[in-house]
Design a protein around this ligand. Sequence first.
Ligand code: HEM
Length: 496
Amino acid sequence: MDGLGISTGRALAYSALITGSVVAWLLSRPPHVHVVGGRRSPPGPKRLPLLGNIRNFPKRWFVEFSAYQKEYGDILYFELPGMSVLVLHSLPDVEELLVKRAPNYSHRSNSYMVKVLMDFEWSVVQQDLGDSHNEMRKVFRKVIGPRTVSDFDPLIEGEAETLQGNLFSFSGDPEQTLMNAVGAAVIKLAYGERVYQQHGEELTRLNVESVDLVTWVRMQLWLVNVFPIARFLPSWLPGLQFPKVVTKGKNLLRKLRHWGFSLVKQDVEHGKADLSVISKYLHEPEFSEETLRDAVALMYMPATDTTSAALLSLFAMLLQHPEVQIKAQHELDSVVGKGRPPKMSDIPQLTYLNACWTENFRLNPPAAMGVPRRVAEADVWKGYVIPKGTMVMTNIGFMMTDERIWGPTAEQFQPERFLSPDASTLPDAASIPFGFGRRICPGRYMAERTGILFAATVLAAYTIVPPEGETSPAVTFGDAFVRKPVDFRCRFLPRK
Ligand code: HEM
């Protein structure tokens, strides 16, 4: 017996038991839930003091976030200097935050560099919720919403035939040809055939340069985004890059905003304008001329890379699944017949081709990580504290291949899944890759019409096969913001 009335052996046994219990308790707690000052933040990889997750924050977003999901679960949380990031991996969580709590989860991430310094606050994609954003969405609804998008069918049909011609005997990577085809359709829709004939090349270049610059700037870490006061640093300071980038961006975006619009407006005034969104809606009483101008200037950017990526990955899937391609072509032959290209009015009857489109959209959503949102006010959800200003990302690519939803064939290309009697129980794969709630893509009707008609027109005329002397390649997807096959090669063999 010792002074405490317990033998040393038993004391050791007790202390071992207590230590063991504490260790077991510690191990049973999700080790990744951070508790700081009594506040629980959502699960996520280990953070360093001050630096947070700077060392383990993914560079290849879709692939690495999906890998983290396996380790930490559907809700991931990171802290970076000056910013926290929440990444969602389940549809019910997205529904809860982005739809039910939409007013708090529908602002866009703040980039002082892009929005303020480059003067890009007029971009509908960048704007926070509010009157200006509502007005802008009104324009999209009115001009390419479900009731009016078909006004531009003849234009899309013409572009589909041009694409068919451009792919005659084509062999190699069709990425650029598809980008050009979608880009031409968007510019003609926005500004008309006449302006496209005169200035199409320059308008395309202007848009491409603007997309590239804005995308690049958004992916960099800028001191001014964390400390806006740094904007007053003298531009001659050695190594200071942002003033030059700001000047270039400002000039580019000013031209993008005004130039095309002013060309069409002049044509309208001189009675020379042909059909375009601007000429058709210039005197529309529902919105101002300036709102129309800004909405139209923003069409090419979110439309071209995404829609052509969806087509490129569909062609890659069809090359890898010749049996699917033959079935789609037989359907085209029986619905459209031979001797004329498909029309938009044929599309609803092409059930199998529609299923191919949806299946590819599910398996390879072009915006695999969505477009980031920003939390307006601090929130508590599932017991976790979500700080004000947190950037929220949706791993759409993961949700669309989640075996818990799609079963063991989740990673396979099987259009039949959307034709089976159980299809109605599946999530809406034709819509989810366009985003959620108040910020869902307003170009979705146009994207779907353009994409499916272009695919139909190409498949009616060609069989997609490997280039001469090559075998069917494995398809590799890139890590860019818009996810699509890289270095994909094929040949468009004219059908007999
Ligand atoms: C396959 C093609 C397309 C895909 C996959 C796609 C996807 C998306 C996604 C994921 C978002 C973000 C939604 C969210 O925050 O929840 C978005 C926003 C947007 N998209 Fe699309 N998009 C496509 C085509 C188009 C087209 C053709 C246009 C216009 C002609 C367009 C215009 C826009 C605009 C303006 C926004 C910003 C909306 C806002 O912030 O309120 N997109 N798109």
